[in-house]
Design a protein around this ligand. Structure first.
Ligand SMILES: Cc1ncc(COP(=O)(O)O)c(C=O)c1O
Length: 472
């Protein structure tokens, strides 16, 4: 084994450490010394960090300033051995969790709820991430529909652009997820189409603030009115936008109302591990009142191991993450979040201008912190192929083919990142023109989906890829 980095051409990008570091098929008979272990870990982490510290990677690393991460790691270390649910031994855990929930609720204008109905009070739980927050809310609507409306075959209506965690919930919890397509010109869901899909089995509707593909905010005010009119739940997925839109709004940008000021909104997810700048592994799900939250809790009163209860999907949870998340919110403060949002929006505005300055590219919707675009003149996947050669990692979108760049803090740490991006995009468009009529590499990944047979092939490919990655 040699810890020397081999030449790029000899590296399998999915298994770059094969042959370089020991591969463990079983627990080593004799434990390794700490120093060499830490060396190995830091080598991998440092090399991987180089890829995004350039600011060229969309989304993924939200804060990741070294000082901030060091501080959160220290906060984590005090409680890394603690199970958050062990509140009798560690009362600090529920102190911090309840405050994370309260701070998030306040940021998302929970006070408006009391004005609408004095009996309502926003509450919630901390979960392991956006997907779990969404899954918990979907389970709540299933159980609420069953208990209060006698619905045994629940349906939830979601825009095509809502995150796949909603489909995952449908799959896990036996809920029929009814998809509403979005289309040009604004790529947001059509409220009329949502209302037309409501039937006696509908327990809830969904909107995003903003959605992952385009970062766009659905017409939430209309969706809120529809939910009220039909007495059904309305979940706003703020996993991505929940911790940045409030600050973007405060900066003076014109943002449609997206939070508890909407009187039909009954639940909302917001990820502390994205723009909350916490460590990976936490999110918050909020409900308009405790009646709804109660449907999330789980209890086995007569288990041989003693009474068992858990408020979220997970059993034991890391006290380290609770402490780090709490610390992130309290350390950042409104001032820190506003400053972060300002830096992010300055970059996003420049990227938006850059895209608008290239006639072959079409901006999708009215972007805020995610800038997405497509083209009717060139194959956008060729543009992505070119950008990859320049070290950029955009996120590719499909149906229709498009790309997006989600601006996070690493882009604000590099001076004028939008400038090289603009000139590379221009070159990328010229490259795409020169490749007209040929199949882009990116198409190999994205060209299949969309038909039943294509979707089956893609699924087989992706599952096979997981199998490959899980092989030591
Ligand atoms: C809009 C939106 N919702 C939900 C999620 C799921 O979050 P997580 O990956 O933390 O489970 C994401 C993740 O990117 C997202 O962008």
């Amino acid at each position: 084994m040699s810890d020397q980095k081999p030449e790029e051409k000899d590296i399998d990008p999915n298994k770059p450490y094969k042959g370089r570091f020991e591969s463990y098929h079983s627990i080593p008979e004799k434990g390794r010394d700490k120093k060499s272990l830490i060396n190995e870990l830091s080598t991998m982490a440092n090399e991987e960090n180089e890829k995004w510290k350039t600011g060229q990677v969309s989304g993924t690393f939200y804060h990741a300033g070294d000082e901030h991460r060091k501080f959160l790691n220290e906060a984590f270390s005090f409680f890394s051995h603690v199970n958050t649910l062990q509140f009798d031994l560690c009362p600090s855990m529920f102190k911090m969790e309840s405050e994370i929930i309260s701070m998030t609720a306040k940021m998302l204008n929970c006070d408006a709820v009391k004005e609408q109905n004095p009996e309502d009070e926003v509450c919630g739980t901390v979960t392991s991430g956006g997907s779990e927050s969404i899954m918990m809310a979907m389970k709540v609507y299933r159980d609420w529909g069953r208990a209060e409306k006698n619905i045994s075959a629940p349906e939830i209506i979601m825009p095509d652009t809502a995150h796949p965690a909603f489909d995952k919930s449908g799959n896990y919890f036996g809920i029929k997820m009814v998809h509403i397509p979005v289309s040009e010109p604004d790529f947001r869901v059509d409220p009329k189409a949502v209302e037309a899909a409501i039937n006696k089995n509908t327990v809830a509707i969904v909107g995003s603030a903003g959605n992952y593909p385009y970062g766009l905010i659905d017409p939430l005010e209309q969706l809120s009115d529809i939910a009220l009119k039909h007495s059904i739940g309305f979940h706003v997925d703020g996993c991505l936008g929940g911790f940045i839109l409030p600050w973007i709004e405060k900066l003076g940008y014109s943002i449609p109302t997206f939070d508890f000021r909407l009187s039909g909104l009954t639940s909302m997810s917001a990820d502390t591990h994205k723009y909350g700048f916490g460590l990976k592994g936490t999110s918050v799900v909020l409900y308009r009142n405790n009646t709804l939250r109660r449907y999330q809790y789980f209890n086995v009163p007569d288990w041989a191991g003693g009474m068992y209860a858990s408020p979220t999907g997970a059993g034991s949870r890391s006290g380290g993450l609770t402490a780090a998340t709490w610390s992130s919110l309290v350390y950042m403060g409104e001032e820190g979040y506003l400053k972060g949002a300002k830096g992010i929006m300055d970059v996003a505005d420049k990227i938006k201008e850059a895209v608008q300055g290239i006639p072959e590219l079409i901006l999708i919707g009215e972007p805020t912190f995610v800038v997405s675009f497509r083209s009717e003149e060139v194959d956008i996947y060729h543009v992505n192929d070119f950008m990859k050669t320049k070290g950029w990692r955009f996120n590719c979108l499909q149906l229709p083919p498009a790309m997006h760049f989600c601006v996070t803090m690493p882009q604000t740490a590099v001076p004028d990142i939008a400038e090289p991006m603009a000139s590379d995009l221009k070159e990328g468009v010229e490259y795409a023109k020169s490749k007209a009529g040929t199949v882009a590499q990116t198409t190999a990944l994205y060209g299949l989906a969309g038909t039943l047979e294509g979707n089956e092939q893609v699924t087989e490919l992706v599952f096979g890829y997981f199998d490959y990655l899980y092989a030591v």
